[in-house]
Each structure stands twice: as C-alpha cells, then as structure tokens.
Design a binder for this molecule. Structure first.
Ligand code: GLN
Length: 485
C-alpha cells in the first residue's frame, strides 16, 4: 500500500478512516524486511517499537483524536540520531552496543507528532562519506540498481524512501549528505539553513556545518516534516529564534518573475554532459513557469572542497575525541594494561579506516604551528565563499545547479580513492560553507539512474525553496517514478 501513498495522502486516508496506522506500519515493516537483505538501508528495523506506536495511533484514530498530519505515519531516522531504547550506532563499531537513554530533539518532536519509527537507517560511519560504503554494517545499495551506491552519507534514509518502506526519513547534511543520496536515489531531500533544526542528541560530525533535514517522495511532504522539526531549542545554542513560517501555506503561488541564478562554476569540465543536459532542461521548465535565468559567478567555489577537508576533519577530530570506551561503547578485545592503552585499543578497534584518516588530518591541521597555515586560512576562504553567495542573492532569488557531477557510481568504484569520493561533493559543499539551505529534487534519468537538481536559497528562505520545488513537481512527474524491487 505504501507504493500508492505519499505522506500527505496517507494522512488523509487515516483521517477518513480508509485504513489504520497499523495497516501502514505492517506494510512498511514487510517492505523493510523484504528489501533489507539486498539494499541494507536499515541498520535496525524497529519492528516492536513500530507496531506498538501504530497500535497507539490506531486508538487515537478510532476516537478521532489523531494529533496532526504526521500521526500514524511510518518514518525512519538516520542511525546517528539518538533514539531512547533503540540501538543508535552511528554506523560505527565503537557504538555497536549503544542504546541511548534519551531521544534527540528531532526524534522527540517527531515521536510526539505520532511518528511510527520503522527503523534506524544506514550511513557512512559518523556520517563521514558520500556513498554509505564506509559503514561498519555493510554497504547500502541503490534501489534503482543494486550494483551501485545509494549516495551518502544518509544513503539509508534516501533508500528507504526510494524503496518505499517509509513515507519519510530524516538524514543529516554536513557537506552534501542529504542532497547527494536524494539525487542518486531519485527522491526529494532538503538541507536546511544551519541552525534551523536542533541537533541536540545527534552525533556531532563537524559542528559548524552539521544540519538535519527530511527526505520524502514530494517537496510538499518535505514541507510537512519541516513544519514539525524546525525551530529554536534551548538544548542547541545554534538554533536562533527565527520564526517558523507556515511552510504549507507558502507552497502556493506562481513563479512569474522569479530570478534563477545559474553559476558558471557549476557547469564545468568534469560534469557529465548528459547530466548537464538534464539539469538545463529542468531549468528550461522553470522558464516555462515564468522564471528568468540569470548567469552568475561564484568565483570561490573552486576552493570549497579543499577547505572543507581542513575544517571538517578539524571539527570531527575534536568531536570524536569523546569515544574512549570508558563510560559507554566498545570494550576492546585483548589485554589492557593501563588507561592510555585502553584508549588506543578502543579507538583502534572501534573506528573504521576513513574515520581514522580524518582524525589524523584533523589533528594535524589543528596542531601548533599548522593551525594558522591551514585552519585559520581555511576559515578566511570560507568567509569569501559565503560572501560569493551573499552577492549573488542581491541579484537573484534562488540558484540552480546539478547536485553532483554524475549519477550513482558502482559499489567499490571510489571507495579506495578518497579524492575521487571527495569530489562528488564539489557542488554541495559550497552551500554548506555558507550555511544556506539547499533542495535536491529528481529531474530526469541517465541510463535508468536518477539525476537531481539542486536549488539554493538565502539563509532561512526554506519557504521560498520549497515553493520553487513544489511548483516544479506540479508541472512534471519525475518525482512519481520509483524502482521496481
Ligand atoms: N561526503 C561528505 C563527507 O564525506 C559529506 C558528509 C556529510 O554531509 N555528512 O564528508
């Protein structure tokens, strides 16, 4: 039944008593269990939790007391989001036995709204990667082609929406981890403005960049989820008291006169010509809707990946310093002589290769003598990238680009070549540096594989971004295509 529903239509069905929350939950769980062997989108399928939550929602439905649009709807959470009583591994061996005693704010808000949690989705370890190959719990495969990656790091969250075992999923995006997998799996994904959604209780990767956002089948559904999770939180001091607009009301209205910036730096060598054609066709569709394309330049784009791989590892190495196996997490195998030995062994046995690589880089760029040469310089360039966008948004309302240089690549194709993997994010990282929101929506196929369009807007302009995405989906049907499993 989930294949015929969106979050919105499922919610309407519940209100009209066409079916029960437990019907949705059973179908979701069946699909999750059936597809997980091949796709491995879930680290944990939370069957018991889901059935219990659904039974409670059944009762509310019967009494006509459903809480809101999300009540009784199956959804999934990335495994770096803490869920009380449900294993939360961050896809790392070092947290293989970690059952949090509390909920992350985002989980708490969704559970209060009636989330039926189908499970915890796979990711690259500690969200470090672009393909979900660097998970301690196996690779997530692309539902469109199981030889290929789902993208990352929120690959599991994108894959559960594409394989329709949940009607929405939450991921995180630090340098592209929602937008890239959304694009590879052919679903809609939203990276919010830095600070729009509380990160309390979500494993920190790079604290000056981390954001949390939804995946869904439609932009309208993204708006429904964002309405629930956005807003200030006293537990996360980076969430300002910026009012949360009515994202649903904001979806309406036409796009006449909308100015779309097309940055020349995003249509360069290295971009697959067929992907370029598809993205340009999507922008031509916007012209038909009354928008105007304006060539712009974001000259500092070319430094974004390089400085990301200074700033992110620096922050990551500090954040991961807390995993020492003392209070919780992995206990190392073999004899441990003294405390330092315990740290060494825990971290050596608990972290995967890519995470270790980043801890080493981060520790290096922060060490005395190198801090000015690398970290401080990178932060200066970051400001220049932010100013690039500020200048552009004086002229245009939104910016459109490809999400990535190509379509989903083969499993194993880039996992041993960090640089090739890092370049997958060349078009997503700049927006992360500027803290602005970005939407990825499906806009076509190359050889049976989905292509995504990236739409960027100024800080806290999610309302505009969602409207621009929604109007495209009213005019086209790319978002209605799903893989046969
Ligand atoms: N792929 C990027 C990285 O490897 C981005 C990860 C993310 O956004 N969490 O760091």
């Amino acid at each position: 039944m989930l294949e015929n529903l969106t979050l919105k239509t499922a919610s309407e069905g519940l209100r009209n008593k066409k079916f029960k929350p437990s019907d949705l939950a059973k179908d979701a769980l069946e699909r999750a269990k059936k597809s997980n062997g091949e796709i491995n989108a879930y680290i944990t399928i939370a069957e018991e939790t889901a059935l219990k939550a659904a039974a409670e929602a059944d009762q509310r439905q019967e009494k006509g007391e459903l809480r809101g649009i999300l009540d009784g709807i199956p959804g999934a959470l990335k495994d770096i989001i803490n869920t009380k009583g449900v294993l939360s591994t961050s896809a790392s061996k070092i947290l293989s036995n970690f059952v949090p005693p509390y909920n992350a704010t985002v989980a708490e808000k969704l559970l209060e709204a009636g989330l039926v949690l189908t499970g915890k989705t796979n990711t690259d370890e500690f969200a470090c990667g672009g393909s979900t190959e660097y998970s301690a719990y196996g690779v997530t495969r692309n539902p469109w082609d199981k030889e290929r990656v789902a993208g990352g790091s929120s690959g599991g969250s994108a894959a559960v929406v594409a394989s329709q075992s949940a009607l929405y999923a939450i991921g995180t995006d630090t340098g592209g981890s929602i937008r890239l997998p959304a694009s590879f799996c052919g679903v809609s994904g939203l990276k919010v403005t830095y600070g729009r959604v509380s990160r309390s209780g979500v494993t920190a990767m790079a604290s000056s960049l981390d954001t949390i956002g939804p995946f869904a089948k439609t932009v309208e559904d993204l708006a429904l989820v964002l309405s629930t999770i956005a807003g200030a939180d006293t537990k996360d001091s980076t969430t300002p008291k910026v009012a949360v607009p009515d994202y649903i009301a904001g979806l309406g209205g036409d796009l006449k006169g909308l100015k779309i910036g097309v940055p020349k730096e995003y249509f360069v060598e290295g971009l697959d010509p067929e992907v370029e054609k598809i993205v340009r066709a999507a922008m031509a569709e916007y012209e038909k809707l009354g928008a105007k394309l304006v060539p712009i330049s974001l000259p500092y784009t070319k430094y974004a990946v390089a400085i990301y791989y200074i700033i992110m590892p620096a922050e990551l190495s500090a954040n991961l310093a807390r995993y020492d196996g003392i209070r919780y997490g992995l206990k190392p195998e073999g004899e441990v002589n003294e405390i330092l030995d315990q740290y060494y062994k825990t971290r050596d046995q608990g972290f995967g290769q890519e995470v270790k690589r980043r801890i080493l880089t981060g520790t290096y760029v922060l060490s005395a003598g190198y801090f000015d040469a690398y970290y401080r310089k990178a932060m200066k360039v970051r400001t220049l990238i932010k100013e690039d966008f500020e200048k552009a948004f004086e002229e245009v309302d939104v910016i459109m680009t490809p999400v990535s240089p190509g379509v989903a690549f083969k499993v194993g194709e880039k996992s041993n070549d960090p640089l090739a993997m890092y370049l997958e994010d060349a078009f997503t990282i700049p927006a992360s540096m500027a803290g602005i929101p970005g939407l990825s929506i499906p806009c076509g196929f190359k050889g049976g594989l989905p292509v995504g369009l990236q739409i960027l807007a100024p800080q806290f302009a999610e309302e505009l971004l969602l409207k621009v995405g929604h109007q495209y989906q009213l005019a086209t049907d790319w978002h209605t295509k799903f893989p046969q499993l």
